[in-house]
Design a protein around this ligand. Structure first.
Ligand code: 3H9
Length: 700
């Protein structure tokens, strides 16, 4: 069947794209559109043309899988130019999402109508590119630069209502979209409406054209921290072209910018990530017949920071949730914090009072485990101590239905050991949220050795419903994310002892694109947490124990690794810390040496990659790209660097092996010895991406 069809309904031609799942503009669609618009344009019986789409959405953009392959004619710009030059009213009928090349195609039409639930946007920046088929030149002309700039720089779609308010959409259609679009087209024919191409609309940018300096105000109003990402910089200049150049010159600039970005590593990284995120929840050894159970009611144990955040996720998704605490006092404190969080969101305009009331009404607080008797899923978020976890699960075993799925939010404990305390091992798994749990997207779903497919499918389904990005991991200490972070932590501390200062280690990390370095991060989290754990486990860290002994717990006490002045969150390097570090080096018999930013960066990043290789070796992650998803979503790895395993392939595994061996020798840090898998792949001239997918290993 053809992906583009043309039929006449009376004197209106209807061109329909039908290319599931999202009507992406693959070559056949572009060729089909060109042909159909040419035919309908030349058909004397046709007075107007409606473009619509079958299935769940309007065109969601270019076909991303075609990027990097030799281009095939016709290009999208040629198709749009043909549409734009048709001398009869053309109307795009939008439902679902008109994104990227999809919206650009619609901008080639004279008019756009949409259902109220539709969204439109130019999300190319999220793929490390810019709109390459006229979007940067047409959208400012249609909506004004004040609207187009933030849309294109953020990549976030807007609602049909917003689009209507800014002239991007001409009418919202109630009821049947196609019928409404045809009626709209007929009306335009009857009115003898003047057909103005979007490219010729100059009124909304006339002021800026006369005063091009005002463009800098728009940049300033939408400024975002840009830690080395190329696309926003290139896109900004291409957008400037919309007011400083003719339309055709502006288009030329757009094409050059697009071509530059699309072949770059940052765009490759972002495209890799787009597909990685969608792959991460696919479980190859799970039968397609397995159906998730519907979670109509959830339970959460613990109203602390994690438990509260997890609870909010359910309420936000409209799922009733019971939160259980040990005492009324702790429960009320937890519920109070939840309410305060919602109030803050309301103050910022994120939700309405009605939303707040609805969400709070879905949350039931209790100090009685028996109130979980009708829950379909219960997530435990109590202290990270095995005996406490076991006690909670033993209680849950008694009060919940045998088919209730029980999940632990542990960030490193053995999920199989916790499961073994219940009589329903297949219905137990890990659901590891990241703090703040109502904000962070990542959810590590820990598949125990005997977790059932149904329980796993349910956790994945719930994760999507509560707006998380699920990634399946196996059982080991710290799973994927924290295990790799520990490797970096060991290196960071070692670098301090060998001669680096905290600000140098943090600078190498932010220089790579992380929002924060490891030491600024530990100051934010609180140094006392690690101190307490070390004391309980009989471990020591001279530098960090000394800081804690001085009451320097981090931001909350005004000093930690760094000093914080006047309530500011800006870390200031501190001589006290430097002295503690220098003493620690001396006590360890280490002669301090200057360490380059390159060495610091490589040791931090390569140690994580090395641990990632071990994780793959042991079957704790299914694919290298799953590790990338964990890092980008949970740990601030810059998405334009693709994630640790993608980045490793980019750098080249032989280089990483050679460097790790050198650093291991020099520092004496055994964990830097390259993992067997890393060495094997490097020797075979392969990258991680050649590994494909293998199921989580079910440990013996
Ligand atoms: C562009 O347009 C450049 C132009 O300016 C210039 C050109 C010259 N291509 O997300 P889902 C697949 S750049 C290929 O799970 P949802 C996706 O991988 C493009 N494949 O569904 C998945 O496959 P699978 C600008 C695509 O309902 C399946 O479709 N546009 C594309 O949650 C379902 O996707 C964008 O960046 C694509 N463009 O969300 C939009 N899109 O089933 C990107 C999706 O095998 N897409 N797939 O896992 C989206 O944001 C979401 O997919 C969308 C639907 C909101 C549309």
């Amino acid at each position: 069947m053809s992906v583009v069809s043309l039929r006449n309904e009376g004197d209106v031609a209807v061109i329909t794209v039908d290319n599931p799942p999202v009507n992406a503009l693959k070559h056949e669609v572009r060729a089909g559109l060109l042909d159909a618009f040419k035919k309908a344009g030349a058909d004397a019986n046709v007075k107007a043309i409606v473009l619509n789409c079958a299935g769940r959405t309007f065109i969601a953009g270019a076909d991303i899988t075609e990027f990097g392959k030799p281009p095939k004619e016709p290009g999208l710009s040629e198709v749009i130019a043909t549409i734009e030059n048709v001398q009869k009213p053309t109307v795009a009928a939008i439902h679902g999402t008109a994104l990227g090349g999809g919206l650009e195609t619609a901008l080639g039409c004279h008019f756009r109508v949409a259902v109220a639930t539709a969204k439109v946007g130019l999300p190319e920046i999220k793929l490390g590119i810019l709109p390459g088929a006229g979007g940067t030149q047409r959208l400012p002309r249609l909506a004004g630069m004040e609207k187009a700039f933030p849309m294109i720089i953020s990549g976030d779609p807007i609602s049909a209502k917003d689009a209507l308010a800014h002239g991007i959409v001409d009418e919202i259609i109630d009821g049947d979209l196609l019928a409404g679009a045809i009626a709209f087209a007929k009306k335009k024919v009857a009115e003898g409406a003047k057909l103005v191409r979007v490219r010729d609309r100059e009124e909304k940018i006339a002021d800026l054209k006369a005063n091009p300096d005002k463009f800098n105000d728009i940049i300033a109003a939408n400024s975002k921290k840009n830690r080395g990402e190329e696309a926003p910089v290139v896109t900004t200049e291409v957008l400037r072209g919309a007011i400083t150049k003719s339309f055709d010159e502006g288009l030329k600039g757009e094409r050059e910018g697009f071509m530059k970005l699309v072949v770059g590593d940052q765009s490759k990284a972002k495209r890799h990530y787009f597909f990685a995120e969608r792959e991460a929840a696919k479980v190859p050894d799970m039968s397609k017949d397995v159906k998730p159970k519907t979670v109509k009611k959830a339970g959460v144990i613990g109203a602390g920071t994690m438990g509260g955040g997890i609870t909010m996720n359910f309420a936000n998704a409209g799922i009733p949730v019971t939160i259980v605490e040990m005492t009324e006092e702790a429960l009320n404190r937890g519920l109070g914090i939840i309410r305060k969080n919602y109030e803050n969101t309301m103050r910022r305009g994120g939700i309405s009072q009605a939303d707040l009331d609805k969400r709070m009404s879905l949350i039931k607080g209790s100090t009685d485990f028996n109130d979980l008797s009708d829950a379909d899923l219960v997530i435990e978020a109590v202290f990270e101590e095995m005996p406490i976890k076991k006690e909670v699960f033993a209680k849950l075993e008694k009060v919940t239905r045998p088919d209730t799925i029980l999940a632990t939010n542990t960030s490193y404990l053995n999920v199989d050991e916790i499961a073994a305390t219940t009589g329903r091992v297949p219905n137990v798994l890990g659901m590891h949220f990241f703090s703040p749990a109502n904000v962070m997207k990542l959810l590590e779903i820990v598949r125990g050795k005997n977790t059932s497919d149904e329980a796993l499918a349910t956790a994945i389904d719930v994760a999507r419903k509560i707006n998380k990005v699920p990634t399946i991991v196996g059982v080991c200490h710290g799973f994927v994310g924290n295990r790799m972070l520990k490797a970096r932590g060991i290196e960071a501390e070692s670098l301090l002892l060998e001669g680096a200062l905290p600000q140098e280690v943090d600078a190498a990390t932010t220089g790579f694109g992380f929002p924060m370095g490891p030491f600024a991060m530990s100051d934010l989290a609180g140094l006392d947490i690690g101190w307490r754990i070390r004391k309980a486990m009989g471990q020591k860290s001279e530098i960090f124990d000394s800081l804690c002994e001085l009451g320097r717990y981090g931001q909350k006490t005004g000093s930690g690794v760094y000093r914080y002045e006047g309530g500011s969150r800006t870390p200031i390097p501190d001589e006290v810390t430097e002295q503690i570090i220098v003493n620690a080096s001396k006590n360890a018999g280490i002669k301090r040496r200057p360490i380059s930013q390159q060495e610091i960066g490589e040791r931090l990043i390569f140690s994580m990659i090395n641990e990632g290789a071990r994780i793959l070796e042991e079957g704790i992650a299914m694919r290298p790209s799953d590790i990338d998803v964990v890092y980008v979503n949970g740990y601030g790895w810059p998405v334009w660097q693709g994630g640790p395993m993608f980045y490793a392939d980019l750098v080249g595994l032989p280089y990483i092996v050679e460097k790790l061996e050198g650093y291991a020798k020099e520092s004496g840090n055994e964990h830097l010895q390259p993992a067997a898998l890393l060495k094997r792949l490097a020797a075979e001239g392969r990258g991680f991406s050649s590994l494909g997918v293998s199921p989580i290993k079910k440990a013996a």
